[in-house]
Design a protein around this ligand. Structure first.
Ligand code: HEC
Length: 133
C-alpha cells in the first residue's frame, strides 16, 4: 500500500514536471516565432525551407539536428565557410544579428521544434550564454 502511494506520488510529480516543461517550451517558441519573423525569415523563409545552394534549410535540417552547439554558435556569432546541409554544400555568410542570449534561446526553440523538427531538450539562456566563439 505504501509502495503504491509512493508510486502514485512519483507519477504525479512526473506528469506535473512534463507539463511544466511543455509550457516553458510553448512560451519560448511563441517568442521565438516573432524573432524568426523579424530576423530569419528573409533568408530561411516561412517554412524554414531556405533556398537550395544559397540559404540552407532549417526544416528537417540534418545539420541543425546533429550540431546543436555549432548551430547556436552560428546564430550567436555568425557563420561562414563551407557546410553541408541535407547533402547540399553551402559556402555563404550568415552575419551575427545582435540578439540577446534569451532571444537566441527562444528562436532556437522555435526552429528546433517547427516544420517537423523536434528536440528533446529545451535550449536555455544559460546554455547560450556558455557557448563561446
Ligand atoms: C542574410 C541571410 C540569413 C539570415 C537573416 C539568417 N541566416 Fe541562418 N544561415 C544563412 C546562411 C548563408 C547560412 C550558411 C552559412 C555558411 O555557408 O557557412 C546559415 C546557416 C544557418 C544555420 C545552420 C545550417 C542549417 O541550415 O541548419 C542555422 C541553424 C541558422 N542559419 C539559423 C538562423 C536563425 C535562427 C536566424 C535568425 C535569428 C538566421 N539563421 C538568419 C543565412 C541567413
Amino acid at each position: 500500500m505504501k509502495e503504491n502511494f509512493c508510486l502514485f506520488l512519483f507519477l504525479l510529480v512526473s506528469v506535473y514536471y512534463a507539463q511544466a516543461q511543455e509550457t516553458v517550451l510553448a512560451e519560448s517558441m511563441q517568442r521565438g516565432a516573432e524573432i524568426y519573423t523579424d530576423f530569419c525569415v528573409t533568408c530561411h523563409l516561412e517554412g524554414g525551407e531556405g533556398i537550395t545552394g544559397t540559404f540552407p534549410p532549417l526544416a528537417k535540417s540534418d545539420y541543425l539536428a546533429q550540431n546543436r552547439e555549432a548551430s547556436i554558435r552560428g546564430v550567436k556569432y555568425g557563420q561562414q565557410g563551407e557546410m553541408t546541409v541535407n547533402g547540399v554544400t553551402y559556402n555563404n555568410i550568415m552575419t551575427p544579428m545582435g540578439l540577446d542570449d534569451d532571444e537566441i534561446a527562444d528562436v532556437m526553440n522555435f526552429i528546433m521544434n517547427s516544420w517537423g523538427n523536434s528536440s528533446d531538450e529545451i535550449v536555455t539562456t544559460e546554455e547560450v550564454l556558455a557557448i563561446e566563439k
